[in-house]
Design a protein around this ligand. Structure first.
Ligand SMILES: [Zn+2]
Length: 193
């Protein structure tokens, strides 16, 4: 899995995320092999104000489970390049690739998709490209979401979640990261003494 850093950059004030330097990642149990042969993108996606956060992506057409919804497009940067470029940026749209060395600097509609702890989509990396797939049938008018599984954020930022789902974990960090962060904090405190 990845170990880079990322987050969300804003060129406008439309932004899905709050300020931390974090990285989005695809789940480790990706099904890339079966998906690679059948990519056909859904073209009925619009950006609209969201009840989860700021603006989000909505579909104007029903989407079937397993359909390829949209590609997460953007230039590829190394983690170091992204660190330098966005060092002082409160928000970025970086998506960490599985090699742990590169991130996609999101520049398309997919960068507007909000996080949910009970999402209707999931990202998957296929040959270095990231696609967002429907993981259940989605009705016309629904907001598209996926689980950001954030990692490598600032320890003082909990990346609060406002998805309102019943199983909301109150943070956009991955479960692994949520479990790891208290240990990192404790180590940092010790180092500071
Ligand atoms: Zn949530």
């Amino acid at each position: 899995m990845t170990s880079s850093l990322g987050s969300w950059r804003s060129t406008a004030e439309l932004l899905p995320l709050n300020s931390t330097i974090v990285t989005l990642s695809a789940p480790q149990s990706g099904t890339s092999g079966t998906r690679a042969a059948s990519i056909r993108l859904i073209m009925a996606i619009v950006v609209h104000p969201s009840r989860i956060h700021a603006y989000g992506c909505y579909t104007t057409e029903p989407i079937q489970k397993a359909a390829t919804v949209i590609e997460y497009t953007g230039p590829r940067l190394t983690v170091d390049e992204a660190d330098t470029l966005y060092e002082n940026s409160p928000r970025t749209y970086l998506f960490g690739l599985e090699d742990g060395k590169q991130v996609i600097d999101g520049d398309g509609l997919a960068a507007f998709i909000n996080h949910s702890c009970d999402p209707n989509c999931e990202p998957d990396e296929i040959n270095g490209r990231v696609f967002i797939f429907a993981i259940r049938d989605i009705k016309a008018g629904e907001e598209l979401t996926y689980d950001y599984n954030l990692y490598d954020g600032e320890l003082d930022d909990v990346a609060p979640c406002s998805c309102r789902s019943q199983n909301c974990r109150r943070s956009m960090y991955s479960e692994t990261e949520i479990a790891r962060r208290p240990k990192l904090k404790s180590r940092k405190r010790k180092l500071l003494r």
